[in-house]
Design a protein around this ligand. Structure first.
Ligand code: NAG
Ligand code: NAG
Ligand code: NAG
Ligand code: NAG
Ligand code: NAG
Ligand code: NAG
Length: 620
């Protein structure tokens, strides 16, 4: 310790002396973000030319984010006096906007280093400062080296570490483009191959005995129908429409539902109540469209989500937020969706990350049908319940990016919105069952080793993560449910987000009675991090209309919209009684474990571990 302390002081003094000599105006800088490993297939081609134009975006730290726990506790803890007193959008914008000091001091730094004032642009949302400059100037501002990286046909200008002035580091969230590398799989500029690494892509299979009867509860362990779900979870059948009650489902291109398939489903499984032709309310975002293509790869996810969201809540309206055009490179993300429902999250010229999020307008030269309009900002109201069946590996984007998105879910919670995400379909492993090697790179797809690879947004403490269960094979409807066995229901512990207070008792009890026994080389086992999922319910073999017939889909893609339907119905009852929506529900869920059934059989495998608890209820 002493040695390193001395060395540090010496080093700092040398740097300071050199800096003071060579560039009188250069402040002392410290490394702000650094990438340990460049995932995927990006190859460094060489240095970026100094005169290449580049627009730096400096994301300023919002204020009061460290008070998230306190704010959320106040409105969502059932024991709080202010439970349910949700905030207005104006309150949210005001409380979290960056300080004026952050803006002026950042601007002073740029001016001091010779950036002309007309190259510095402040956004109306106060969150971002844009700097139009060159690679050479950016290198000196950030004490870094920009390189060109190549992957297939795609090129990227990026660096692997950058620094900002020590004096204002506290104001800065992130600077882009810098260390953000894209790991999306398919990079094509023409139509054809389409694949998002984000989609959880539910597994599907042909029905073993033809399609089950609509009202029979005999085969619920084999095929899940709306009737099975109503019976399992006491979901009322004859609900009345409640004005103002709303439930939103989010889909990302190229996934897209088909109305004929919904019609066929409602005709058979709508209990004679859902009129043929019943549609979701269509809220298209940034070129959002309904595909004319067939196949379970295009229709499966969206049809599944809507068949169940709509049939379980009918006659409540279901709103479809259909996000993104057909451009595969730079496709729409959660942030593009969030911009459309919260004008303070985006800014007039886009507050998103230009490397990760879709930046509009898209160029339609190679992409007929690309969205050539402006990014959509605050154009729709958020429904009071939102279910999303898409996710990605927590570590596939920088920590700051994850934190910014997670904070937005916290704000939606403050405004009374319940946000649900599927927990994932690969147990403790990440997408495609990949795990993480000690150097941070991924294992091959079928490998049986490595660190657990948690999924986001499940690891964000301000959403409700929905996992999967199943009836044991061949068992009747009143049997205790077990963990999914068609696939590994996603779950585990975050590497980024600390343990939220509402989960502390549950985590303590988990480690006391069910410690899986893996050490720190597998996952963060300090008991001080966010664990997920929060709830789990039936997730196997949901019968769904696809391509004119029926198929059975398995995945937490199925359980999230079903849980959302239950919450939407609860909101409806509250609205009728003159109350507000439930909003962020986790503190209530954890405070009332008595209303849930503990799932004690089954496993959550991945990375070569079986994922079964060593002991149950403390009994070895
Ligand atoms: C229910 O399952 C049994 C066997 O498990 C099968 O023989 C029967 O056809 C199924 N019925 C329906 C309606 O799917
Ligand atoms: C459902 O949406 C339609 C069209 O926007 C609207 O007219 C109707 O009032 C809504 N129903 C309920 C129950 O909110
Ligand atoms: C539902 O309506 C469509 C037209 O909107 C029609 O083609 C189809 O035959 C109808 N299905 C049933 C079962 O009535
Ligand atoms: C959003 O909600 C507000 C308040 O209820 C309403 O005045 C406004 O018209 C809604 N906007 C949209 C786009 O539906
Ligand atoms: C585990 O999480 C805790 C709490 O967030 C953190 O302090 C610690 O550094 C993490 N451990 C590792 C090895 O990342
Ligand atoms: C973790 O456990 C494995 C096998 O049980 C062992 O080989 C490894 O050395 C342990 N690592 C740490 C950091 O304790």
């Amino acid at each position: 310790m002493v040695f390193s302390g001395v060395a540090y002081t010496l080093y700092a003094a040398v740097v300071f002396a050199v800096a003071a000599h060579a560039h009188p105006s250069q402040p002392t800088k410290i490394i702000h973000e650094k990438r340990d490993v460049v995932h995927g297939q990006w190859n460094k081609v060489g240095r970026a030319a100094a005169d290449t134009p580049i627009t730096l975006r400096i994301g300023l730290k919002q204020r009061n984010l460290e008070r998230a726990e306190e704010f959320m506790h106040a409105i969502s803890n059932p024991r709080s006096e202010t439970y349910g007193q949700h905030w207005t959008p104006e309150q949210v914008a005001e409380v979290f906007a960056p300080s004026n000091e952050a803006i002026t001091e950042t601007e002073q730094w740029l001016l001091g280093e010779g950036v002309p004032s007309d190259h510095i642009l402040k956004t109306t949302g106060r969150n971002w400062i844009k700097v139009s400059t060159t690679v050479g100037k950016a290198e000196s501002l950030l004490d870094t080296t920009y390189n060109v990286y190549e992957d297939g046909g795609a090129r990227l200008v990026a660096c692997e570490s950058y620094s900002v002035p020590a004096a204002i580091q506290g104001h800065i969230d992130l600077v882009a483009p810098t260390i953000q590398f894209d790991e999306r799989e398919a990079i094509v500029t023409t139509r054809g191959l389409k694949r998002r690494d984000e989609a959880l892509a539910p597994k599907f299979k042909k029905l073993p005995h033809g399609r089950p009867e609509a009202d029979s509860l005999k085969n619920c362990s084999e095929v899940t129908t709306p009737a099975c779900l109503r019976a399992l979870y006491d979901i009322p059948k004859n609900v009345k429409p409640v004005k103002g009650n709303s439930y939103g489902i989010v889909e990302f291109a190229p996934q897209s539902y088909n109305q004929d398939d919904l019609n066929a489903f409602f005709t058979v499984y709508g209990s004679g109540k859902i009129p043929n032709g019943t549609e979701p309310i269509f809220n298209g975002i940034d070129g959002g469209y309904l595909s004319t293509e067939s196949g379970s790869g295009i229709r499966g996810e969206s049809n599944l989500d809507l068949c169940y969201a709509m049939s379980l809540t009918y006659p409540q309206n279901v709103t479809l937020y259909q996000v993104g055009d057909s451009v595969v490179w730079n496709p729409a993300t959660n942030n593009n969706f969030l911009d459309a429902i919260d004008g303070s999250y985006c800014t007039t010229d886009g507050g998103d990350d230009p490397v990760w999020d879709a930046v509009y307008p898209h160029d339609d030269t190679y992409n007929p049908g690309a969205y050539t309009g402006q990014p959509m900002c605050g154009v729709y109201n958020a429904t009071k319940v939102i279910s999303v069946s898409y996710g990605s590996n927590e570590d596939s984007r920088p920590a700051n990016y994850r934190a910014r998105e997670c904070a937005e879910y916290m704000k939606l919670g403050l405004m009374g919105v319940t946000v649900l995400f599927s927990s994932g379909d690969t147990g403790v492993a990440g997408l495609r069952s990949q795990c993480v090697k000690p150097d941070g790179s991924y294992t091959p797809v079928a490998a049986d080793y490595g660190r657990f690879n948690p999924m986001f947004p499940g690891t964000c403490p301000w959403i409700t993560s929905v996992g999967g269960t199943a009836l044991p094979a061949g068992k009747p409807i009143n049997t205790r449910e077990v963990a999914t066995y068609d696939f590994g229901s996603g779950g585990g512990f975050s590497n980024l987000f600390p343990l939220p207070a509402y989960q502390a008792d549950a985590i303590k009890s988990y480690y006391k009675h069910h410690d899986p026994g893996y050490n720190a080389s597998r996952y963060n086992n300090t008991q001080q991090v966010r664990g997920y999922p929060d709830v789990a319910l039936a997730a196997q073999d949901y019968i769904t209309g696809v391509d004119g017939g029926f198929m059975a889909f398995s995945g937490t893609s199925a359980s999230a919209p079903t849980f959302g339907a239950i919450i939407a119905l609860i909101n409806g009852e509250r609205l009728k009684a003159g109350k507000g929506p439930v909003g962020f529900i986790n503190p209530v869920l954890y405070a009332h474990r008595e209303v849930f059934e503990d799932v004690v059989e089954g496993k959550n495998p991945g990375c070569g571990t079986p994922g079964s608890a060593r002991s149950r209820d403390g009994i070895p």
